[in-house]
Design a protein around this ligand. Sequence first.
Ligand SMILES: Cc1cc2nc3c(=O)[nH]c(=O)nc-3n(C[C@H](O)[C@H](O)[C@H](O)COP(=O)(O)OP(=O)(O)OC[C@H]3O[C@@H](n4cnc5c(N)ncnc54)[C@H](O)[C@@H]3O)c2cc1C
Length: 353
Amino acid sequence: MRPANEISASAAPIETDAIIVGAGPCGLFQVFELGLLGIKADVVDSLQHPGGQCTELYPDKPIYDIPALPVCGAQELIDRLLQQIKPFEPRFHLGQEVAELTRRDDGRFFVRTALDTTFLARTVVIAAGLGSFQPKKLAVEGADLLEGRQLHYRVRDAARFHGQRLVIFGGGDSALDWVLDFCGKAASLVHVHRRTEFRAAPASVARMRELVAAGRMQYVEGTAATLRIGEGGRLEGVEVKRADGTMAGFDADHVLAFFGLHPKLGPIAEWGLDLEKKAIRVDTAKFQTTVPGIFAIGDINHYPGKKKLILSGFHEAALAAFAIAEHLNPAKKVHLQYTTTSPIMQKRLGVAG
Ligand SMILES: Cc1cc2nc3c(=O)[nH]c(=O)nc-3n(C[C@H](O)[C@H](O)[C@H](O)COP(=O)(O)OP(=O)(O)OC[C@H]3O[C@@H](n4cnc5c(N)ncnc54)[C@H](O)[C@@H]3O)c2cc1C
């Protein structure tokens, strides 16, 4: 589910009280805890959708240790969190990795994403989990030289592939969705998957098999062996090793590989924060990093006794929100209020009578 209030890239820096890096469950709950205290947030994620590991790695699996929810699907949890934070109207900036984070002399933070969206933020919450999700790469010689030209791990402009000879690798929903989409639009289409079982929806697999039976495309069970490179370093074709050990060659203008995503710490390692075992060291009163104004919650942080659980991240988000309120307004004491009885919180939640 893409949130309604998603913002596209803009030229001028966006000024904000709080920017949250990561829209996993902990980043989303951070929006809620800040919202209760009257602080609006901008949320950035390198993925095209919120949800972090829950959505990307195990959307259909049940979670049993969310307080008061005896069982909750991982995607269902994300959908519930999105519903819970709706009153606070967070601004989402999706499909863009936060690449740069620097502290300015005025105490604010300059943040730049890979799409060149820039922010001036008074506080930063890093809720980046295990890092930003990157596509798993095709492990064949010469693949890195073709990446972005004739080898692709995502489709940005589908029309570019129309009328082209395509070889598509992968057995998940992304691979099957594009196989079905490009069949009939590509000059030729070969789908390659390494094993008999697919992770994609059975209906998509059945449709692909129908198209093969109708002679509209080819399917091969196997793996990429070599990329045939011609003059000027141009890709000319792909050699595939079939499951039975024989080889098959296919002419290709473009190869698309959809092997799923895996998280990588990425640019966070270069932001000058104190790291331990690829995690950001924080204190346990504020969940603040060694840089005042930058906080870290959820799987990305480290402190004695840390457990990488969603409920730990929820607790961390609550305490970080109080610390952020104090950081934004040091002269004002932030009192604990209950949502049950606080008129101001109920007004912010849009439930005041
Ligand atoms: C199979 C599986 C089952 C699990 N089951 C449970 C369970 O039953 N109970 C439980 O409590 N936990 C469970 N977990 C763990 C749980 O999913 C994590 O603890 C939780 O997702 C952490 O949330 P998070 O918000 O900190 O990070 P994540 O969910 O990892 O989200 C982080 C987000 O930050 C983004 N990001 C990272 N770097 C950048 C950047 N530089 N710029 C922009 N965006 C960035 C990523 O793209 C990602 O979307 C399970 C995990 C797995 C893999």
